[in-house]
Design a protein around this ligand. Sequence first.
Ligand code: FES
Ligand SMILES: [Fe+2]
Length: 393
Amino acid sequence: MTMDEGTAYGLAPATSDRELTEVGAGTPMGELLRRYWHPIGLAADAGSVPRPVRVLGEDLILFRDGQGRPGLVHPRCAHRGASLYYGRVEQEGIRCCYHGWMFAVDGRCLDQPCEPEGGQLKDNVRQPWYPLEERYDLVFAYLGPPDRKPLLPRIDVLDELGPGETLEADDSSLGGGGPPIIPCNWLQHFENVVDSFHVPILHGVFSGHQFVPAMAQMPQVEWSVTERGVRVESWRTLDDGRRLRRVTEAALPTLRVVPSPRLGRSGVVESIGWVLPIDDRHFRIYVAGRVEQPGDIGRMRSKMNGKFWWELSEAEHRQFPGDYEAQVSQGAITAHSAEHLRTSDRGVALLRRLLREQLRRVAAGDDPACVVRGDGDATLHFANCGNFITAPA
Ligand code: FES
Ligand SMILES: [Fe+2]
């Protein structure tokens, strides 16, 4: 390079990888994500007050009818389009505020009070809806083709509670390093799960002593592709000479299987996170985890320089950046054409390759990985992920 090469003058406009990032209906990734269940709220979010939710670029209304059944419907009433946001939840479903049409959780129209006999043709109308299932104190939705609907997977580490442990769910984007709704593309965060080398730099130096001291070491890292994701094994040496083997996984479609970076004790991963793409430029994280006391799940929240994200001034955000600052500053959708991936980005490259492979399977009419239907066993086994401490080599 000559001395005056490489200036920013005339920089070509950078582009994003739309195939991997866009989540709307009809886009390749949007269709792949629509082949899996996603958490769209805490169980308590489905209640007698209609709640607007945005998922994969779709605006929807979540509620729970008087019989306890959760429902997820399109907001625009099938009659003449008033929003069910203003609807009233009743024993049998949700009733539109405008002319009183009433819809069950599966969209069937049950009443048209302005019509003779409550609507003789009401069976011809169906409010667009999506199936829901509740598990781990979360409400999961399936937004894909009905004939491709998989079983909602069980997760071994959430099913096997230890003595005195209970399960707790959280919707505050634990692990995101910022507020509950994070203004950038979901993949920037999902890739971070397999980006082991940001830990000693971002968290070990810049964020200000965030985790246990060993996490600040430059780890030895090995990545591998499993049948359902990308697995990372990172090795560090503790002060007493023992070895810390940390096993993390990014699993399809958006699961973050990340052992606590704080405890520094041996043990299987205690929480699972789901990265929910709200739309192309926003995501949030739902977490379910095993806890000893209700409210304990909040102890997984990161601090920067000893403070929570929302306690930091702008100057402190600049001085002690965390995951939020790093990932949001990559851009609302990062410019992939301007990246320079290197050996330490191998996990990111493997994850992109795995996702592209699933896009091809869906485009070819096949199921993507980890889809189980019928009476198959849909349990995901993550008991081999965690922090494991071994004797000195
Ligand atoms: S617009 Fe909903 S009942 Fe008329
Ligand atoms: Fe991080």
